[in-house]
Design a protein around this ligand. Structure first.
Ligand code: GDP
Length: 171
């Protein structure tokens, strides 16, 4: 058969945005809720699903480990940026993190696709994906293909649609 090429997807976003819940959806059953907490001092989860290798990183409160993220930036083919659409207050922080990510030397000249999940769309206080992309300043993001999907990681709504877009971009 045709060998599928493996691609590295980096899942980033602030803590509590829903990264673990999202990647849990794509985990094979035997790995569900099995978290690997390494000794380096920041949470990173890694697993493979079909042709995708997911790595999740928390971006908040761990600034001192920033230099360690570089290796993940170097290896990644695509990014999933998870936004808590119900946390308008911290969306400015998420935007700052996104800007730092986009300016990073390892990423700024790469045309890697970025999928945004406007997660927690079920929450009462959540804003629409359009509002979310506005608050995150995505209209100025021109040199990389990007897409935003509203999602509910608890039910899985929107997750496959988003990841299908990303997978298409990576072909
Ligand atoms: P992480 O820190 O980014 O990995 O976030 P988690 O996946 O641990 O999720 C943080 C909290 O938000 C948990 O209590 C989840 O159950 C909850 N959560 C995640 N996704 C959703 C969602 O789409 N809707 C709602 N209502 N809660 C969610």
């Amino acid at each position: 058969g045709v060998k599928k090429k493996e691609v590295n997807v980096l899942v980033v976003g602030l803590d509590n945005s829903g990264k673990s819940t999202i990647i849990n959806h794509f985990k094979p059953p035997e790995l569900k809720n099995h978290e690997i907490v390494p000794t380096v001092g920041f949470n990173v989860e890694k697993f493979k699903s079909k042709a995708l290798a997911f790595t999740a990183l928390d971006m908040s409160g761990q600034g001192r480990y920033r230099n360690l993220w570089e290796q993940y930036y170097k290896e990644c083919d695509g990014i999933i940026f998870v936004i808590d659409s119900s946390d308008k207050l911290r969306m400015v922080v998420a935007k700052d993190e996104l800007d730092l990510l986009l300016q990073h030397a390892e990423l700024k000249d790469k045309r890697i696709p970025i999928l945004f999940f406007a997660n927690k769309m079920d929450a009462r206080e959540s804003v629409s994906s359009v509002k979310c992309s506005h608050l995150m300043g995505l209209e100025t993001l021109r040199d990389k293909p990007w897409h935003i999907c509203a999602s509910n990681a608890l039910t899985g709504d929107g997750l496959h649609e988003g990841v299908d877009w990303l997978t298409d971009q990576l072909k």
